[in-house]
Design a protein around this ligand. Structure first.
Ligand SMILES: Cc1cc2nc3c(=O)[nH]c(=O)nc-3n(C[C@H](O)[C@H](O)[C@H](O)COP(=O)(O)O)c2cc1C
Length: 154
C-alpha cells in the first residue's frame, strides 16, 4: 500500500509527528511546499499534517483546493496545536473545513509545542496576550490513533 504524508510546519512539531508516522507505517513523506502536485494521484492513502495558527488549520486550503483528486482516496488530516481537541476553539477551526470534506476524512488533533524563545515579536505578543505558556506536549505515543487508522485500511 503506497502512502504519502504531506505536512506543513513552522517550528517543527508537525514535521516531527509526520516523521514518526512515516516510520511506523512505512510511508513517503514531504513538506507540501516542495511536493510536486502531479504526483498526488500516485498515492491511494494520504495523511495531511497541519499546525493551527490563530484558529486557522494551515493545510485547509490545500485540502479544499485539491479535493477533486483527494476525494477518491483515503484521507486523514491531523492538526497540531496547544488547544485540546475538546476546546471550542479547536472545534471551530475544524468546522471551517467544508462539511462534505469533513464527513469523508479521518481526523485528529495532536498536542503541540510552544517554545516562546523562538517566536517572532508579533507571535510573542500574541502568546503574551493569550497567556500561553511555553510547553512541549509532542510525544510519539500521540500518533497511535493515526497508525491504527492506517492498519485498519488494509
Ligand atoms: C502565534 C501563535 C498562534 C497559535 N494559535 C493556535 C491556535 O489557534 N490553536 C492551537 O491549537 N494552537 C495554536 N498555536 C500553537 C501551535 O499550533 C503549536 O505551537 C504547534 O505545535 C505549532 O506547530 P509547528 O511547530 O509545526 O509549526 C499558536 C502558536 C502561536 C505561536
Amino acid at each position: 500500500m503506497n502512502i504519502l504524508i504531506l505536512y506543513k510546519t513552522k517550528y517543527g512539531s508537525t514535521e516531527q509527528y509526520a516523521r514518526w508516522i512515516a516510520e511506523e507505517v512505512n510511508a513517503d513523506i514531504s513538506d507540501v511546499e516542495s511536493f510536486d502536485i502531479n504526483r498526488l494521484d500516485s498515492y491511494y492513502t494520504i495523511i495531511i499534517g497541519s499546525p493551527t495558527y490563530m484558529g486557522q488549520i494551515q493545510m485547509k486550503d490545500f485540502l479544499e483546493q485539491n479535493w477533486e483528486i483527494l476525494k477518491h482516496k483515503n484521507i486523514y488530516l491531523f492538526t497540531v496545536g496547544m488547544f485540546p481537541w475538546e476546546s471550542p476553539e479547536s472545534k471551530k477551526s475544524f468546522e471551517m473545513i467544508r462539511e462534505h470534506i469533513r464527513d469523508k476524512i479521518g481526523f485528529s488533533k495532536l498536542p503541540g509545542r510552544l517554545d516562546t524563545g523562538k517566536l517572532s515579536l508579533s507571535e510573542k505578543l500574541i502568546a503574551k496576550l493569550t497567556k500561553a505558556k511555553p510547553e512541549d506536549k509532542v510525544h510519539r505515543d500521540n500518533i497511535a490513533q493515526i497508525v491504527k487508522w492506517v492498519k485498519e485500511l488494509s
